[in-house]
Write a protein that binds this ligand. Sequence first.
Ligand SMILES: [Zn+2]
Length: 124
Amino acid sequence: MSEMQSGVQQAWQARLDAGEFVIQRCGGCQQHVFYPRGLCPHCGADQLAFVTPAGSGTVYATTVVRRKAELGGDYNVVLVDLDEGVRLMSRVEGVAPDAVAIGLRVQARVAREQDRGLLLFDPL
Ligand SMILES: [Zn+2]
């Protein structure tokens, strides 16, 4: 990972730690970008700026990770397509892990876990 790359990811995590979920938008081609990086994957421009997405999206893929109850029980891992057109990995809460279905509409939320910001989704 380049120095510029890790700096961008640290800046993104710092925003998340402050309770703010942001993605990037390219000033060259206007497309949204995630994960945070230094150069636009669409057009190569270095004009990526943080913007606040609507936070709504659709579950693209879902899986249940089995875990012993004493360790917190099963949890869900999803790929979500944000309405801005970027795909990211997260988890859906507020519903049983195996009740999360492809196509489910979800809304992003920033939670705190071990003093860090953590991006989660709730069913809409
Ligand atoms: Zn671009």
